[in-house]
Write a protein that binds this ligand. Sequence first.
Ligand code: PMP
Length: 434
Amino acid sequence: NENRIIGREAVAAKRRHYFYPCTQHFYRDSPQLVRGSMQYVYDENDKEYTDFFAGVSVVACGHCNPAITARTIHQLQQLQHTTTVYLTQPNVDLAERLAEVLPGDLRRTFFVGSGSEANEGALLLARLHTGRKGFIALESGLHGRTNLTMSVTGLPMWRTDKYLDEDVTFIRRPYDLDLTPEQAAERSLDDLKRVLEEKGGGIAAMIAEPIQGNGGIIMPEPSYFRSAKALLKQYGALLIADEIQTGFGRTGTMFAMEQYGVVPDIITMAKALGNGVPIAAFAAGDEVARSLNTPSASTFGGNPVSAATALAVLDYIQSERLTERARRLGARLKEGLEDLSRRYPERIADVRGTGLMLGMELRGGNASDAAALTDLVLEEMKDRGYLIGKNGVGRNVLAFQPPLVIMEADIDGMLEALDGTLAHSSAGAAPPGM
Ligand code: PMP
């Protein structure tokens, strides 16, 4: 029987044997997930977990949401794949729908298969458009695992430092625990100004996440990107917004850049657009899009199944008003996390983010204590039935990025469990974390 479920130990052993040794876990004792339903996932013993990570912001509309999978299945049975040589309707309908929700004059969409590919395309487009090669990126940003996207990735744990493209300058991120948001933004903009003054004529674009995900839920003060965009424009360089984690409602607006009143030159998207089915894209206005002037296509980009799924996702986000829901439930979750941070000041350094993209930075006696405490909390929360994310440069930030269909009761239950966990956790006996 092909669907026979083997035990967790057997799965872990196969993974150790056949995967590359670098493959990572959050947990000492990782659950094996076998099915999901909206905000819940289940292991092979049918233990229920409330999912507060959504596969890193992916299943925004919930696991196996029947309103979406019905349309995926229908398309799978209708026409599964073809190439852009032929006309198909789902991808043009999707491009049209995206143009309606994208800011400003961004109406041209190029479909690809993954976030890395979308950023790779956006970076190439910026080079072609400006005729320049250099990029500016933020420390602790993450943009992908192809050569060029890894080159603009600032987070040390997601870079293989050798062999990368060297025409990238990193500037400090607009956030520092020891500075006010305004001071941190100013410091980062000073860096940007200096780099542009020194190398402006060679800079094609700056790439940035509106709110850094893996970097530790890093959200700049609201005027930061407006100032950055103005500076870049002054030097003829583009702004690429990597909305791969932030896009499609999670932060309380369709795209997070809207909250800053900024229309980037290029927006990249992936993850939530397919709710678990692979699809990604980079969008630009007419003038920039024209610069991609060689015949270009991606085998799986805009395939009918992914495009039909993404159309169902956009319908669902709009009909269920998930953007508004993210704002409302995010406020409730953030309030709860802030309350915990007042009650456990010795363990919690910071609570940040917006909508349903929130982070809680933990502290210990030193950095490794903080990371160890984070692992302990994650492990115990998992045992209590809650899957939470982990990120940050020091691997000491708990990330709360649940499906946007999460309920009030799920949030309250999770906060209660987190309270119970923090009440007795100390980093003393923690395993080394990844
Ligand atoms: N950009 C951001 C902000 C991401 O979070 C990720 C993935 N974590 C990527 C790019 C890369 O996307 P993918 O894994 O689909 O290539």
